[in-house]
Design a protein around this ligand. Structure first.
Ligand code: NPW
Ligand code: ATP
Ligand code: MG
Length: 399
């Protein structure tokens, strides 16, 4: 056993002991005493530990409730992110509205999705990105879907570039696929984050083209949020995301089940959800996974965060699409925030994809709750989108 593993094991037993005492204590002094004690006694040499500790502190530290997942048997600290902590994350990463900034600096997002069947999903993702504060939002979709998506909003920049099998002859497939790739890649380096999957469909030819786009985006270091049919694609081709630290997967209940069965070769285990999510994220090489549900669980294989602020009891379709667009914006803001800091330890300790996921999930759930207050059973995804701006303003005022 290497020294670091020994130290980690030691840290875990101390965390278990101290965590049990801390779980009901939210005050800063107990947290600092707890972390200080650990720091003095344990793993100042472990980068994993330092990163976790820093992340917890960066979330507002004194408001965090840290607890060990009893019986989890995995080296991870489950952090129930209180609403105040999550709002602190949003306040820190949301850029100020500074008159010296120019168009594009608050974020350029692209959604790759939208086909004959589904035009709502890419629209919801792309418009949510704009409503939260991105400057530009593009949609790359099939030719059929483009006029429909354009008609929903003049704010979106819509590229009718994707093709499905029914519109391509077999002998044209190689040339069409090369053309699709070049149409998308000429734009891709301009984006701060791309969202792959809302309303993409599952046409095999189209998914083949999207695999090429994902590979190119990854080579160009473009952060990528993968949702819906994008998850269907990567679950069947895990190498697209394996070890990709700038990727976030946002599975719903079905998508998570497929992922767990494929990667861990077992059933979803809700009795130890944090531990299972942690090992799933590890097995895929440190991607961030946001498991959507009654509360949203987020892990990058190092930490597990649980966003559980009150949402809405309505389960209308499209809320996951809002989330993917929101995570894209907040992750790119978190990246800017981290790269602007001068402290080297902050740069290495924080994962922008985790912060973006916490922020996106918190804002969506708050907007859903507000929309439900007004519309009750009639609440639709568009109503939630209308509340995104108000909610962000409440958390992080523009003045
Ligand atoms: N207003 C809109 O435009 C909205 C559009 N939306 C868009 O809908 C798409 C699917 O997303 P979803 O969330 O319904 O997928 P999910 O829960 O895995 O599946 C549910 C069941 O359906 C089935 N199934 C799905 N797709 C299939 C396919 N192509 N062909 C065959 N079966 C398929 C699936 O079967 P299984 O995969 O389990 O075999 C499961 O039983 C995605 O593009 C999303 O963005 C949503 O975002 C909502 C708002
Ligand atoms: N039972 C629940 N209670 C409260 N909130 C929930 C519940 N299930 C999901 N949510 C919230 O709704 C958001 C969308 O999750 P959902 O599981 O509906 O995604 P989805 O199925 O991908 O949606 P979409 O219809 O856009 O594809 C998540 O952020 C989650 O916080
Ligand atoms: Mg979905």
């Amino acid at each position: 056993m290497c020294l670091e593993t020994l130290l980690l094991n030691r840290m875990l037993s101390d965390l278990r002991f101290l965590g049990r005492r801390l779980v009901f204590r939210d005050d800063m002094s107990s947290w600092l005493a707890f972390s200080g004690c650990l720091e003095n006694r344990l793993l100042s040499s472990s980068p994993v530990y330092r990163r976790q500790l820093f992340l917890i502190r960066s979330l507002g530290g004194y408001c965090c409730r840290a607890h060990m997942e009893e019986g989890s048997g995995v080296p991870g600290v489950g952090v129930s992110t209180s609403q105040t902590d999550a709002e602190t994350v949003i306040q820190r990463i949301t850029p100020v509205l500074d008159p010296s900034r120019h168009k594009g600096q608050a974020g350029k997002i692209a959604v790759i999705g939208g086909c004959r069947e589904y035009t709502g999903a890419p629209y919801f993702a792309a418009i949510s990105a704009l409503k939260i504060g991105a400057d530009l939002s593009h949609v790359f979709c099939t030719k059929d879907a483009a006029p429909v998506i354009k008609s929903y909003s003049p704010e979106l920049i819509v590229h009718p570039v994707l093709e499905e099998s029914y519109s391509v002859r077999d002998d044209e497939k190689a040339s069409v696929s090369a053309k699709v790739l070049s149409e998308v890649t000429k734009w891709i380096e301009r984006f701060d984050c791309i969202v792959i999957g809302p309303g993409l469909g599952r046409d095999p030819f189209l998914l083949g083209c999207v695999s090429d786009i994902m590979t190119h985006a990854r080579q160009s270091n473009i952060p990528t949020v993968i949702d819906a049919d994008g998850l269907f694609l990567v679950t069947n081709n895990l190498d697209l995301v394996r070890g990709h630290s700038l990727a976030v997967l946002t599975p719903n209940v079905n998508e998570y089940k497929r992922l767990v069965e494929k990667v861990l070769d077992c059933e979803v285990d809700d009795s130890d959800a944090s531990a299972q999510l942690l090992s799933l994220a590890r097995r895929i090489g440190g991607v961030t996974i946001l498991r959507k549900g009654k509360s949203d669980l987020i892990s990058d294989g190092v930490t597990v965060n649980n966003v559980c602020n009150y949402g809405s009891p309505r389960r209308c379709g499209g809320q996951g699409d809002i989330l993917s667009g929101s995570v894209a914006v907040f992750s790119s803001w978190a990246r800017q925030y981290i790269s602007a800091t001068k402290e080297a330890n902050i740069k290495s300790a924080l994962n922008p994809m985790v912060l973006g996921s916490i922020a996106g999930s918190t804002l969506l759930r708050r907007a859903a709750s507000l929309a439900f207050e007004h519309k009750k059973r009639a609440t639709l995804t568009s109503d939630i989108i209308e509340h995104l701006g108000r909610c962000l303003e409440d958390i992080s005022p523009s003045k």
